[in-house]
Write a protein that binds this ligand. Structure first.
Ligand code: SAH
Length: 238
């Protein structure tokens, strides 16, 4: 079971997408829990503001460190806790499947969601937040990024997926992208009347050939779409 605590200015955005499908089922079954802490409850002055202008100038607003600390300290037992604390930011280290596997084994994760231009660096450094990015692009806030991270992590907890063996052959598990998949109808007639069959080998019942075909397709696709991954795979083999 993972207890997730989320520091956010928009608690109503949770559980959001995490309430659906297999992740929603895991939430109902208490395989993980989500508690939100509203940063606005810890704002300053009577406007309860949580952000201020950047020192040195520049556009936008920065989340104040004192607000983040007060929100964090409102969590019971936080002083003795060794919980992993993550701050989601495009300038963090890039999230990958391996990191999700590490996170899926934790008991508690505390996630700080930024907004505006980001968070005062002192809050990140002094309060011990690890900076994690979900990709090389910039979102408007950390809430959706937190849901991406959590969805990827929760599905790795044993018992969450209906078919745990699907974890074994997935994209990235061996630095290869997944092979293409097909289902019924065997011959699909599209709206223009063209017929499209599935690759013959998949309906041959010949398991060894299917395995070989899938590996070839994975390699082909990885070389074309993610040559960086393919190089990594080759380096591991050598
Ligand atoms: N000025 C910042 C961007 C701030 S975006 C910069 O250039 O780095 C506002 C908030 O959205 C961030 O504080 C962060 O919590 C979230 N966010 C945006 N893009 C993200 C990404 N790729 N991964 C994780 N969080 C992201």
């Amino acid at each position: 079971m993972i207890n997730v605590k989320i520091l956010t200015g928009y608690p109503e955005m949770f559980p959001g997408g995490l309430a659906y499908s297999i992740i929603g089922k895991a939430l109902k079954e208490n395989i993980f829990t989500i508690e939100t802490i509203n940063l606005h409850d810890f704002g300053n002055d009577n406007r309860k503001s949580v952000d201020d202008e950047p020192f040195g100038g520049g556009p936008g607003m920065i989340l104040r460190p004192d607000v983040v600390e007060k929100a964090l300290l409102s969590l019971p037992n936080i002083k003795n806790s060794k919980s992993t604390k993550l701050y989601l930011t495009p300038s963090g280290s890039l999230l990958n499947q391996k990191k999700l596997g590490v996170l899926a084994k934790l008991d508690e994760i505390i996630i700080l969601c930024g907004r505006f231009e980001g968070v005062d660096q002192r809050a990140i450094d002094i309060l011990g937040f690890e900076e994690v990015s979900i990709g090389d692009y910039v979102l408007a806030g950390g809430e959706i990024a937190a849901q991406v991270l959590l969805e990827g992590c929760i599905r790795l907890i044993p018992g969450v997926l209906g078919h745990p063996e699907s974890l074994l052959e997935e994209s990235f598990s061996s630095n290869l992208l997944e092979y293409p998949q097909y289902t019924r109808p065997k011959v699909w007639e599209d709206s223009l009347g063209n017929k499209h069959d599935v690759p013959e080998v998949l309906t041959s019942g010949h398991h060894n050939n299917i395995k070989k075909w899938r590996l070839n397709k994975s390699v082909e696709k990885t070389k074309k779409i993610r040559p960086d991954l393919y190089i990594k795979k080759k380096q591991k083999q050598d």
